[in-house]
Design a protein around this ligand. Structure first.
Ligand code: LMR
Length: 328
């Protein structure tokens, strides 16, 4: 299969009309769904592209396709297994077809902030999850941070009961379905590229996302306001095809993974600042942001927390305990 993969790579390189790629270079197509600037993933992907193309010139060539221009997250992993794309960074919520272990990242109020997420991912348990889909042909390479999720709707959300009867867009995760049901909402799984239109047309009433996504895709413009709940996280798995990675010459693979590791460290350190800037940009653009006092926030915790019980078997009680120990 190594020879077949190498042949496929040559064919891809030869037939893809990408000005940036020279003949003989390994083509690394990276498909993602967010905007490129003022966004933790968009910035990291662009930096990775720039460094690979500068430092691996003649050996490899990366082309990033942002904003769902190549694939949305429901298609990209299949496309990767077919060899049509070599790199993606879907949110950890979007791997349900491949593993249930990532569900820990979707459980509401599991991690108190991005530093806690980072510490869990750096632990043996977190690093082990990178390899959890190898048998399905996918290799996790790194975690990239986005940030904490906020709630928005076409009515003010202060108490969780304000969400009663509202339709919410969720990513393709059953944990997030259960979370929205816990607050009395009707969840609807939907691709990221469709959310703005669905909010604008009233197909759904609300959604949850990070400041950078709410700003980057202008969701705040078609919502009553955004409530600062910090109730969950969106983080990413930079993922590739096991066979493709193995097909690379060791020196090429090492150089690529070294660059990826450096970009990961550099950009993860900035993810919270990028989200805070996006939050400020929403305020500057006239968007409404509501904060919760401690008592109000506790209501959201009490309403959403029971969701843990439903998924503790999938994620392992020991992992929940490890995550909670990090929060403490
Ligand atoms: C979403 O679908 O809301 C997010 O996963 C999009 C993203 O990549 O941040």
């Amino acid at each position: 299969t190594t020879a077949a993969t190498a042949l496929a790579l040559t064919v891809t390189a030869g037939t893809t009309a990408m000005a940036a790629c020279d003949e003989g270079e390994i083509v690394i197509k990276f498909s993602h769904v967010t905007n490129t600037d003022k966004h933790p993933k968009g910035i990291a992907a662009s930096l990775l592209e720039q460094r690979v193309n500068d430092e691996m010139n003649g050996k490899a060539c990366m082309e990033v396709f942002p904003n769902s221009t190549l694939y949305n997250d429901n298609k990209v992993l299949e496309a990767m297994l077919q060899g049509d794309v070599q790199l993606a960074a879907p949110s950890l919520s979007k791997f349900e077809k491949f593993t249930k272990q990532f569900r820990i990242f979707d459980l509401p109020f599991m991690f108190k902030d991005v530093n806690a997420v980072d510490a869990f991912q750096a632990s043996d348990a977190g690093q082990g999850l990178l390899d959890s889909m190898q048998r399905r042909g996918l290799q996790g390479l790194a975690y990239w941070h986005n940030g904490m999720k906020q709630m928005s709707a076409n009515v003010p959300l202060e108490s969780p009961s304000d969400a009663n009867g509202l339709k919410f867009r969720v990513q393709s995760s059953d944990v997030l379905v259960a979370q929205m049901e816990a607050i009395g909402g009707s969840p609807q799984k939907m691709a990221f590229s469709e959310v703005y239109g669905a909010l604008q047309q009233g197909v759904v009433d609300g959604q949850e996302n990070t400041w950078s996504n709410i700003y980057g895709k202008k969701f705040f413009e078609v919502q009553d306001g955004v409530t600062e709940t910090n109730h969950g996280i969106i983080d990413y798995l930079v993922v590739t095809n096991v066979d493709w990675l193995e097909s690379l010459d060791a020196d090429v693979r090492d150089q690529f993974l070294t660059i990826l590791g450096e970009v990961t460290t550099t950009r993860n350190a900035e993810s919270t600042a990028v989200n805070n800037a996006a939050k400020q940009s929403i305020i500057d653009a006239g968007g409404t942001i509501r904060s919760l006092n401690a008592e109000q926030r506790q209501e959201w915790v009490d309403t959403m927390r029971p969701v843990w019980d439903k998924f503790s078997k999938d994620v392992g009680q020991e992992n929940i305990d490890a995550a909670q120990a990090i929060n403490a």
